[in-house]
Ligand binder design. Structure first.
Ligand SMILES: [Zn+2]
Length: 96
């Protein structure tokens, strides 16, 4: 028999977000969700832009969506919908 265990959290359960720079061995920036009103523009350690948006052939910016997602979390936290709750489900980490 296989038992699957999951962890379910709501937006209200999220205490902080961790932004991890993809530059090798650089930095992690942990911010309380209550303190985030906009996406961090760049890595505080190496300075690489965290908001580089790809461009189309004609030069138009293609939104990545992550900036909108992070800013939406702040909006949802301050003004939650009245009749529905959005939950995030994660697989429980397995002991190794
Ligand atoms: Zn960095």
């Amino acid at each position: 028999m296989t038992v699957e265990r999951n962890v379910v959290v709501s937006i209200e359960d999220i205490r902080a977000l961790i932004f991890e720079c993809k530059t090798k061995d650089c930095a992690r920036l942990t911010l309380l969700l209550s303190a985030i009103t906009k996406f961090p523009d760049k890595c505080p350690t190496c300075g690489v832009s965290w908001l580089t948006e790809p461009r189309t052939v004609s030069g138009e910016r293609v939104p990545t969506g992550i900036k909108s997602f992070i800013e939406a979390l702040d909006i949802i936290r301050k003004n939650p919908p009245a009749n529905v709750q959005v939950l995030f489900e994660f697989a429980e980490p397995l002991d190794k």
